[in-house]
Design a protein around this ligand. Structure first.
Ligand code: DQA
Length: 140
């Protein structure tokens, strides 16, 4: 099994921004842990982050045929990117939406995700372990 972990806008600042919400570990730290976990369990993950909506769409498009699934934390794009939503709908591979924070316990604008409807499922609120749980969901 091969998974793609995709992180969107501002997630490159993980470990530096709003540490009380997103924790103190950097995205590189988290990605290293996810890769080690995957290796230990006999599968592999590639990690990609971009602040650009179109780059994320291209990654989703190109993942078809190369990966068995995508774990996607689109950051704030979650709440309004119809382009990412359409990219997910355009590919046949499953996408699991992830958020480190519990978006339902925060500002009202975070309540709405335009992505969930076209995703296989959603995992949120478990910090960096949201990624881990999403990865493991592909093994159930
Ligand atoms: C986030 C939640 C989003 O609302 C926010 O814009 C982010 C991170 C999360 O992981 O909790 O950038 O996706």
């Amino acid at each position: 099994m091969k998974l793609l972990i995709l992180n969107g806008v501002n997630l490159n600042l993980t470990g530096k921004r709003e540490k009380d919400v997103y924790g103190v570990e950097t995205l590189d730290d988290i990605n290293r842990e996810l890769q080690a976990h995957a290796k230990k369990n006999g599968y592999s993950v590639d990690c990609f982050q971009s602040n650009l909506e179109g780059e994320l769409c291209t990654q989703i498009q190109n993942a078809e045929g190369k990966y068995d699934g995508i774990v996607l934390n689109a950051g704030a794009f979650t709440h309004y990117s119809l382009a990412i939503r359409d990219a997910i709908a355009a590919v046949s591979l499953p996408v699991v939406e992830v958020h480190m924070s519990n978006v339902h316990a925060r500002e009202e604008f975070r309540e709405k995700s335009v992505l969930t409807e076209v995703c296989k499922g959603e995992i949120l609120g478990f910090g960096k372990n949201s990624y881990l749980l999403a990865m493991e969901s592909f093994r159930l």
